[in-house]
Structure formats: C-alpha cells, structure tokens
Design a protein around this ligand. Structure first.
Ligand code: KIV
Length: 279
C-alpha cells in the first residue's frame, strides 16, 4: 500500500519579532499567519512560546473569562487589565486588543481616546474594531495617531442583536458585494489586516485575493492568509460551543476536572500532603 505523505509547507523565513511589516511580508510570501486569543499572563506566555504569530486579546473575554452571553458587556478597563497581563508575557508575537462595544462607535474622537488608553495602559501593539463604512472616521483618526488598526468584517459579534443570530454571513449577493467593498476600503484606509468571521470560503478567498494586507479567517475557510481561534474553544475548555469551523486540539475541560477531583480526593483521604510535602 502506498502512503502519500501530506506536504507540510515550512515557514519561508523565521521572524524573531512579529510586526505589521512582517505580517505583510508573510502574506506576500504565501506563508500562513497563525493567530490565537489569550487573556492573561500565563496563557499569553504559553501561546507566544508556542510560536503563534499574532495574539488577540479579544472581547470574547466577555464570554470565556466573565461568562456573559455576548461580547457587549466587557468594558475598556477590563480589556486593558486582560491585555496588560498578556503583553507582559510576550516576546515575539504581535499583540492586538479589541476595542470593546461602545468605545468607538459614537464618534471618532472617543474612538481615538479609547485606542490611546489601550496602547498606553496595556503596552499592546495595535487595536481591532468591528465594522466597515460605519466606523470609517474612527479608523482614520486612530490610524492618523500612529496606532495600527485591524478591521473585522463578516459576523461581527458586537452587532449580534442587529443580526439576531450567529449564522454564516454574506451568503446573499448584496451582503457579499458590500463585504468586498468594505474589505478594499479598510485596506485603502491603512488597516494592516482584517479578521473575516463566518463567511463562505469562496467569498473569503476572493476578498483575500483582492487586497495586499492579510485576511485572517475564523470560520472563513482555507483560502485566506491565516486563521484565528478562541483559545478556550480550541483547547476544549468549554463544552457548550461546537460550531462546524472549530477544531478541538485537547479536551482540557476533562483533563482539568480529573486532576482537580484527584486533588480533592487526596486531601480528604489525607494522602496530600505526605511527609515530603511538608516542613
Ligand atoms: O473576540 C474575539 O475573540 C474575536 C475573534 C473571534 C476573532 O474577535
């Protein structure tokens, strides 16, 4: 029987520090970009050491860290708290922080003030915000201040009550055309990259081909320039979120529960601490 080995493309170049420039270079060289969320010092360091290119301190912290149903409740202070821990642990990755809901939509001056607070108080390397044309002025103002901006199109969870559902976006032609227009507008404004969430793979591929800055997909198929997942989802820490696009690399929920209940049993049976574990 003939076994064909799957071709594993190796990185074209090794980077000791990821910047907006290296991300453009990776796209130009056809090297896929890996991106993952992190929300604290310990996981930030693990993710960075594992060689992830971009760490996103996502407002998904509202779900996975605080237990809210949506990303809407998380505040700017809370995002800065999460981000500063991550930044302290990172040596190589580019760290981006989500501007939370309500901190950039009202007007562009408030958007700039929010972005400046994130950069100054957390030490992050850039910000991400959701939307296209509606947030054009905010993006322009933040970019003018020298702050790198990543866009976020397709399913934008901060607008969940407008959509009403978390299903795939831009399946209809009108929305697909608008998404392609927004993609190009974000590049022209000067965004260094775009997250594209839950859209058909062919459309995402078309968007990625139409611009020079990288498109990082989540549920957007394999024709884009990189992939992002929520750390807690890909590690299998929460059981109740199973979209089709999610690949689970570990059943950490079960592993942790086993270890913790063993500890509890050891305490009750007086197995812990033993003679070598005391002074
Ligand atoms: O907040 C987040 O984790 C995100 C990703 C889903 C891209 O925006």
């Amino acid at each position: 029987m003939l076994f064909l080995k799957k071709k594993m493309p190796s990185p074209k170049k090794s980077y000791s520090r990821i910047t907006t420039k290296t991300l453009q270079e990776m796209k130009a060289n056809g090297e896929k970009i890996s991106m993952l969320t992190a929300y604290d010092y310990t996981f930030g360091g693990i993710v960075d050491k594992a060689g992830i290119d971009v760490i996103l301190v996502g407002d998904s912290a509202s779900n996975v860290m605080a237990g809210h149903e949506t990303t809407l409740p998380i505040t700017l202070d809370q995002m800065i708290y999460h981000a500063s821990g991550v930044v302290r642990s990172v040596k190589r990755a580019f760290v981006i922080v989500d501007l939370p809901f309500g901190t950039y939509q009202a007007d562009s001056k408030e958007a700039l003030r929010s972005a400046i607070r994130i950069m100054k108080e957390s030490g992050a390397h850039g910000v991400k915000l959701e939307g296209g044309l509606q947030v054009k002025e905010s993006i322009e103002r933040i970019l003018k201040a020298g702050i790198p901006v990543m866009g976020h199109l397709g399913l934008t969870p901060q607008s969940i009550y407008k959509f009403g559902t978390y299903t795939v976006r831009a399946k209809e032609e009108e929305e697909a055309v608008q998404l392609l227009k927004d993609t190009q507008m974000l590049e022209q404004l000067g965004c260094f990259g775009i997250v594209l969430e839950k859209v058909p793979s062919a459309l995402a591929g078309q968007a990625a081909q139409s611009i020079k800055v990288p498109i990082i997909g989540i549920g957007a198929g394999n024709k884009v320039d990189g992939q992002v997942l929520v750390l807690h989802d890909m590690l299998g820490m929460n059981k109740d979120f199973s979209p089709r696009f999610l690949r689970r690399y570990l059943d950490l929920n079960q592993i942790l529960q086993k270890a913790i209940s063993k500890y509890s049993r050891d305490v009750k049976s007086m197995d812990f601490p033993n003679d070598n574990e005391q002074y």
